[in-house]
Design a protein around this ligand. Structure first.
Ligand code: TRP
Length: 374
């Protein structure tokens, strides 16, 4: 039995399979999640890509300490899965990995991550051009941020995954973050939208640029994305910020935040906005996503599941696929811990139905005990 680290409010919850490797645990989660979402049984290419991204971390046993202090997931599992539920459509599965998580320095982590992305792009015949255009801004010789490079795969039924690369705006320190993001957007053809975004969505004292992301490979419309964390914001404040994207009117963002979190004030873990850019030279972002860190605003995962199910139902999506996804991730009682469901997000894009995504922690090292108060 692995003894978990103490939860924020209550005793640690022990978890079992310490003879299993991190790679096997994550492959099991991903394979089951694919099946739950209706992907074909053979996902050989998806599994191979997962192992490639995990690299050396994949063969470490789960018992004992996490492979690194990765903040992809709360318990330092260097991976997170998510399922997106388009109204009326089939769910899609994604997996996010920190490829260089066991490297001794961020500089080495950057090299490991960069090589992993290059190998996938080569195998799938896609260009790393957008990454090459901006990497000097986020992968300096001695990075100072919280991570070097994360890579996510959006799995496709019967096709190669889409690749998303995440970089740290703080790589040159907090004082260089806005300049790095502005310069990167400019190089990728989205500079026109930056001044307004910076002023209205990233200039409050509680705002922090969190990720800069580029899509590589096979996408209908590859995106460039800027993520901003908003500490101490209200649901209405988040709704106001969302108006910057897609022609202005973004009804429903404030309501979504309130219903997902059960509160109108985000004084625990911050809300995160993401602005997406497609095409070139647009005056405003073409899509907006709000991420609600639901795990800090519920007692346990049962409550988080019920919130997600209610939000899905409102959009005409039944709860069964969500329940299948949760069962694919863990066999534990949902009421026995909190953090399996890390975020609930709502994306709204020009000309598309709003879409809900549920982010799932593999809980490889620890299950956080339910909140006992507040
Ligand atoms: N674990 C980190 C956090 O919760 C980073 C992270 C993982 C994240 N997945 C995310 C941030 C999805 C925003 C949205 O902040």
């Amino acid at each position: 039995m692995t003894i978990g680290l103490p939860g924020p409010s209550g005793p640690p919850v022990a978890r079992a399979p310490e003879t299993v490797t991190l790679g096997a645990h994550l492959a099991g989660c991903l394979q089951r999640l694919r099946a739950a979402a209706g992907y074909p049984v053979t996902g050989i290419e998806d599994m191979r890509a997962l192992h490639e991204l995990l690299g050396a971390a994949g063969s470490l046993p789960l018992g004992g300490q996490p492979a690194s202090a990765s903040f992809v997931s709360d318990d330092h599992t260097p991976a997170e899965l998510s399922v997106s539920f388009p109204g009326g459509g089939v769910p899609s599965v994604r997996v996010l990995v920190e490829p260089g998580c066991v490297a001794p320095t961020l500089a080495e982590s950057a090299r490991v991550g960069r090589r992993a992305v290059e190998r996938l792009a080569e195998r799938w015949g896609c260009s790393t051009g957008p990454l090459r255009l901006v990497e000097d801004l986020f992968l300096p010789p001695a990075p100072r941020g919280r991570f070097a490079l994360w890579c996510a795969l959006e799995l496709r039924c019967g096709g190669t995954p889409g690749i998303k690369v995440y970089l740290d705006p703080l790589a040159r320190g907090p004082e260089g973050a806005a300049a790095a993001v502005g310069e990167a957007l400019g190089r990728l053809g989205h500079g026109r939208a930056w001044p307004a975004l910076l002023e209205s969505a990233a200039s409050r004292p509680g705002d922090e640029l969190m990720f800069f992301s580029v899509d590589l490979g096979d996408w209908a419309a590859p995106r460039v994305k800027v993520y901003v964390a908003h500490r101490g914001i209200s649901a209405e404040g988040a709704g106001h910020i969302a108006r910057l994207a897609c022609g202005g009117g973004r009804p429903g963002v404030a309501r979504f935040c309130r219903e997902a979190a059960g509160t109108g004030m985000f004084d625990r873990r911050p809300l995160v906005s993401c602005f997406s850019f497609t095409g070139r030279d647009a005056a405003r972002p073409t899509a907006h996503t709000v991420h609600v860190p639901v795990r800090d605003y519920v007692r346990d995962d049962r409550e988080a599941r019920d919130r997600a199910a209610a939000l899905l139902l409102r959009r005409g999506v039944p709860a069964a696929p969500l329940d299948r996804a949760l069962a694919a991730m863990t066999s534990r009682d949902l009421g026995g811990g909190v953090g399996l469901i890390s975020y609930l997000s709502l994306v709204q894009a020009d000309g598309a139905e709003p879409r809900l995504t549920v982010y799932l922690s593999p809980e490889a090292y620890r299950v956080r005990a339910p909140r006992t108060s507040g």
